[in-house]
Ligand binder design. Structure first.
Ligand code: SLL
Length: 236
């Protein structure tokens, strides 16, 4: 699609929006019984998704998502669109094996940007250290989630303007979030909202990515760096 009249790319500028993607898998057992129509060799049910951090709206920039699953799975190419603001683009399946899922992002046509693809490994089995594996077994839930940022380099002026202009989320407005939907940073959606790139301050169950997570990660990196520096000191 041709860009809006007079729109040109903004040299030296980039714009980004955070999102979360990944898989959640559960094995079939008493807590998650295998449905009668599912083949006996299928050991797990799982879901792959793309969503906003803390379920913020991403539908104003993401129009549809195509999930390409393993060919052995029924209806292996699945296109998800027309999701409500704040809800995930997701699809579920059952099976026995792990594989690489292809996730293709189609942006709103106004962006004039081509679709982009990322890959995600479906994890069915507990992973991590012993304690993490035990927790996943106890909860019968293997979450393989990633925080990512979609970056548009040198976006068209019209798209940049669209992305950085507050949007009307008043009741009944098209594309608005539901009343009372939580905004990133803890605010609540009122009559206007930002098309925000910020992430929440703190982590809560089901929402592992936040400023708090970032701080914890940087603490871990700092501690690892100090350890390496101390070890290097021992060699000198
Ligand atoms: C493997 N790379 O060779 C993997 C393939 C295939 C997963 C995994 C569904 C099967 C069905 C399913 O679990 N496919 O619907 O019959 O191990």
């Amino acid at each position: 699609m041709a860009p809006a009249a007079g729109s040109k790319r903004m040299k030296g500028t980039s714009i980004f929006r955070p999102f979360v993607y990944g898989t959640t898998a559960r094995r079939f057992d008493e807590s998650n019984p295998r449905p009668a129509d599912v083949p006996a060799d299928h050991t797990h049910s799982w879901t792959v998704f793309v969503k906003g951090v803390d379920n913020t709206d991403i539908t104003y920039w993401l129009k549809k998502v195509q999930f390409k699953l393993h060919e052995s799975i029924q209806n292996s190419i699945r296109t998800i669109e027309n999701v409500n603001a704040g809800e995930p683009f997701e699809t579920s399946a059952t099976g026995w094996g792990e594989f690489e899922i292809t996730i293709k992002f189609y942006y709103i046509p106004e962006s004039n940007e081509k679709a982009q693809t990322i890959y995600h490994h479906l994890d069915l089995h507990p992973y991590g250290n012993e304690q993490q594996q035990q927790q996943q077994k106890d909860n019968n839930e293997v979450m393989s989630w990633r925080y990512e940022e979609m970056v548009w380099n040198e976006p068209y002026e019209s798209f940049f303007e669209f992305m950085t202009t507050p949007m009307d989320r008043s009741k009944g407005s098209k594309g608005g979030m539901g009343k009372g939907t939580k905004l990133l940073g803890g605010g609540m959606v009122g009559s206007t909202g930002e098309r925000t790139a910020s992430i929440p301050f703190s982590t809560r169950p089901g929402q592992p990515f936040s400023k708090e997570t970032e701080r914890e990660e940087s603490k871990k990196l700092k501690a690892a760096l100090e350890k390496v520096e101390a070890q290097m000191g021992d060699f000198q």
